[in-house]
Design a protein around this ligand. Structure first.
Ligand SMILES: *Cc1c(COP(=O)(O)O)cnc(C)c1O
Length: 399
């Protein structure tokens, strides 16, 4: 007897079905963040991952960093110093960044990844009420201490989950939070607020005590055809309520190093340093920060950044041509995609990409504030992107 196939259902072989269950368990065990490639290799060795499009990094930047690191640290034997000695203290590394970012070192805080800074900022500066746009990067509400009110501003699907600046000001005025969070470009949808619009938004919100502006994906945003880098760090001198947080994990492809920084008023940094954070970096991160500010590396980096942005634009254009999905507009190195096939769930789709094609993308079914079936897919190398487009087309052609 042939079973009637339900609409939107993907056929999995018995073997694939077994992998699917293991994948579901891995996902459950890793909470609100996705299981890493290491976890997959350890717990699901039978699974071949060809493309990791779940983690949102520029692979060309990783190659570049590795080239410098190999030549200067590994081949020379200097790796020993990085391992044997204490790295510089937080404020010494801040000094290295100061000229490069064109802000005073006393306004820079170094973090063991941006996540450490998010935690410290949320714990130290949120007083009673925090306003968070959703969908969002979950740590912003997960780290809020008990007793603090979290107000969610659900971005509208009808507006493609983009932030409408005027509406947002009204939401702030109606709720009177002491802290607000803006992620630009936003994760998971990539929604971007232009530099000038952000500046005027900050001017209108000068009464908010703390404005967290997470620019972890800002190197992928562009406003002109030269793809010039956007730099907001010097706004902190003008807006004492502003806290800019920047992860280096995504744009430099070095999540393993744990490097991030924040720019904010000196008084805030002094308060955080009173609580520790003396040697919260490590030798690799210090090497990275020194490299980041060097002209030779910065020039090389900009080339791989622009190349990657161009290829990402090309990838997004190809994705837009695939029937059965809607690609949401954004200016990050990833896209949020809605599955429009009735009955097709994002978990099934993500699993099918994983077990049938070895492509790892993120389901957004645990993201609050999204209405529908969504996945998030990072741009990788041009070759990998083409493979992803081809596989997506293949999977969707069944419907
Ligand atoms: C990944 C991410 C972070 C955390 O970055 P780390 O530097 O690796 O800790 C912070 N904010 C956003 C929006 C992110 O996507």
């Amino acid at each position: 007897m042939v079973m009637e196939k339900q609409q939107g259902q993907i056929d999995f072989t018995a073997e694939e079905q077994a992998l699917k269950e293991k994948f579901l368990n891995l996902k459950k065990a890793s909470g609100s963040h996705s299981p890493s490639i290491f976890t997959f290799k350890q717990k699901l060795p039978e699974l071949d991952i060809n493309v990791d499009a779940c983690f949102l990094s520029n692979p060309y930047a990783t190659d570049l960093f590795l080239k410098y690191f190999t030549e200067e640290i590994i081949s020379t034997g200097k790796i020993r110093e990085l391992l044997e000695f204490y790295p510089s203290q937080n404020q010494v590394i801040a000094e290295i960044l100061a000229d490069f970012l064109k802000v005073d070192a006393s306004q820079i805080f170094i973090g063991n990844g941006a996540i450490e800074i998010i935690q410290a900022v949320i714990h130290n500066f949120v007083e009673n009420k925090i306003l968070i746009n959703i969908p969002t990067f979950s740590s912003y509400y997960e780290f809020v201490k008990p007793g603090i009110e979290v107000v969610y501003n659900n971005l509208k699907k009808a507006n493609e989950y983009r932030l409408n600046v005027d509406d947002y000001v009204k939401v702030c005025e109606a709720n009177k939070p002491d802290t607000i969070v803006l992620i630009n470009p936003n994760n998971p949808d990539g929604g971007y607020i232009e530099h000038d619009a952000m500046h005027s938004l900050l001017e209108k919100l000068s009464w908010v005590k703390t404005i967290i502006l997470d620019e972890s994906f800002i190197h992928f945003a562009y406003e002109n055809d030269k793809f010039d880098q956007i730099n907001s760090a010097d706004w902190v001198s003008k807006f004492p309520n502003l806290v800019i947080i920047k992860s280096m994990s995504k744009d430099f492809g070095i999540a393993g190093i744990r490097a991030g920084y924040a720019v904010m008023a000196k008084s805030r940094i002094d308060l955080m340093l009173q609580n520790g954070f003396l040697w919260n970096s490590n030798g690799l991160s210090e090497y990275f920060f020194r490299l980041y500010t060097r002209e030779d590396f910065a020039n090389d980096y900009d080339k791989v950044r622009v190349r990657y942005i161009k290829e990402t634009i090309d990838f997004i254009e190809k994705l837009k041509e695939i029937p059965g999905i809607k690609v949401y507009p954004g200016k990050a190195n990833f896209v949020m995609i809605e599955l429009l096939v009735p009955g097709l769930t994002s978990f099934d789709f993500v699993t099918a990409l994983l077990v049938k094609h070895g492509i790892y993308v993120r389901t957004c079914n645990d993201k609050i504030g999204l209405e529908g079936e969504f996945i998030r897919m990072a741009s990788r190398t041009a070759e990998e992107n083409d493979f992803m487009v081809k596989s997506m087309k293949e999977l969707l052609s069944d419907f």
